[in-house]
Design a protein around this ligand. Sequence first.
Ligand code: FES
Ligand code: FES
Length: 169
Amino acid sequence: MSAISEASVTVEVNGRRYRRQVPVRRLLSDFLRHDLGLTGTHVGCEHGVCGACNVRVDGELVRACLMLAVQADGRRVQTIEGLADGELHPVQRALLEHYGLQCGFCTPGVAMTLSSITERAPLDDEQISEELSGNLCRCTGYAGILAAARAVAGAAPTPPIDPGEDAQR
Ligand code: FES
Ligand code: FES
């Protein structure tokens, strides 16, 4: 008896239905990036540590590097490409306004985390920090990310950082 090495996966991603034949060991992150060409989901550590690959599956925030594509069969996936609806999503606007992105590598994962936590707003600072603890930013842009999170999660709003002012320091 030979082991099953491939399987058919049918998944709805950002409102569009896809059906693909994939190796059973294909990670969801690789499936999204390589099979569907949705490269907005970034891969940093591939160990579930950095949060760069965060997507939402049936509304739940998940690390796409810790899930197999076959586990997403029959489910709804939202990636960063599906966050904006014609206009920037409020979390994307907040990240922009609060200077919460530098190189942008962690930004898709952060935005997906924020989209998830805003649905449970209001959150206090401690809860926001806890929620964001799963996102690592190698540019250490946490002040801006936290300000953006506070702005959309209902904690006391932080005034946007003025990049010009910052640059003069
Ligand atoms: S790439 Fe998935 S958590 Fe880092
Ligand atoms: S903005 Fe560069 S890794 Fe976070």
